[in-house]
Ligand binder design. Structure first.
Ligand SMILES: Cc1cc2nc3c(=O)[nH]c(=O)nc-3n(C[C@H](O)[C@H](O)[C@H](O)COP(=O)(O)O)c2cc1C
Length: 265
């Protein structure tokens, strides 16, 4: 009897010590996790902007080449620094934090919510890639929306001509590996490069189709191959890209840039 008691006491003791170890590790590792998450985000911005070089200092490349701004989506104007706060500022911008902050988010009417996100930030970070003379050569825009199983977070990079797609990437998605997870396949992401998001009149044209794009299709430059066996994820990507490039997303910002009347508010 006493040996059963001893066994239980030893087991409880081991559990207690182990739980102290685990909780201490969780607390101690939290700042490292936050830092790594931020670095991963910066790395993905660089990947979308075709700036990432394996083994090179992510922070350094980012600082030298990228100028982030916050864009008010309704007006398309760049937000002035005095409007920044802990949630909405270009250095710590996080879509999830913005969505959880009533000041910086709003509900999307169901008939407009093609990306399936329900609530969206009213302002988003835009990452401008600069050349040596500090002229903007690309705009990297955060995008997100529902796939089949998960909300997919990524970036689309537009050339300074505001038509040509220069990069496309997802940094956070939970679709099935080998099926919807192929959104992360470098070969598929490469298909986006050089495609036209808008036609000459500025009409949104880019779409991910269900099948393979016919190269003889006169609209092939506006179309991306769907992922085989992943029709629902493909549809999700199509919807989220079209949502974010529409007037409900970055449309006003893009139109302002075309008209060259981007003000700070
Ligand atoms: C285990 C499992 C995982 C799946 N994962 C995905 C996925 O990540 N994305 C997707 O679009 N479809 C996925 N599918 C397939 C969908 O259920 C669905 O059959 C398909 O997207 C519809 O394609 P279809 O219209 O060409 O038949 C999965 C199916 C199974 C059985």
């Amino acid at each position: 009897m006493s040996s059963i008691k001893q066994t239980i006491l030893v087991a409880l003791g081991v559990c207690f010590v182990a739980s102290i170890f685990v909780s201490t590790a969780a607390v101690k590792l939290k700042p490292i996790q936050v830092k790594n998450k931020k670095m991963d985000l910066l790395k993905n911005i660089l990947v979308a902007g075709d700036l990432y070089k394996e083994g090179e200092d992510v922070n350094k490349i980012y600082k030298e080449n990228v100028q982030p701004e916050i864009v008010d989506l309704k007006s398309g104007n760049i937000l002035k620094k005095d409007k920044f706060d802990a949630v909405m500022n270009p250095n710590d911008f996080d879509i999830r934090c913005a969505v959880n902050d009533a000041k910086w988010s709003e509900k999307i009417p169901a008939d407009k919510d093609i990306a399936g996100i329900k609530i969206m930030p009213t302002a988003m970070a835009v990452y401008q890639v600069l050349d040596k003379n500090k002229n903007v050569i690309k705009y990297i825009l955060p995008i997100y929306g529902k796939g089949l199983w998960s909300t997919m977070y990524g970036f689309i990079a537009l050339d300074k001509d505001l038509h040509t797609i220069k990069g496309f990437t997802f940094y956070d998605q939970g679709e099935t590996p080998g099926l919807g997870g192929e959104v992360d396949n470098p070969k598929w992401k490469k298909l986006w490069i050089g495609k036209q998001a808008f036609d000459k009149s500025g009409k949104l044209k880019i779409e991910v189709i269900k099948r393979i794009v016919d190269p003889d299709d006169p609209d092939a430059k506006y179309k991306i191959d769907g992922l085989s066996g992943a029709t629902l994820t493909t549809r999700g990507v199509n919807h989220l890209v079209r949502f974010w490039l529409s007037d409900d997303g970055y449309g006003h910002f893009i139109k302002n840039l075309r008209g060259d009347k981007n003000e700070q508010i």
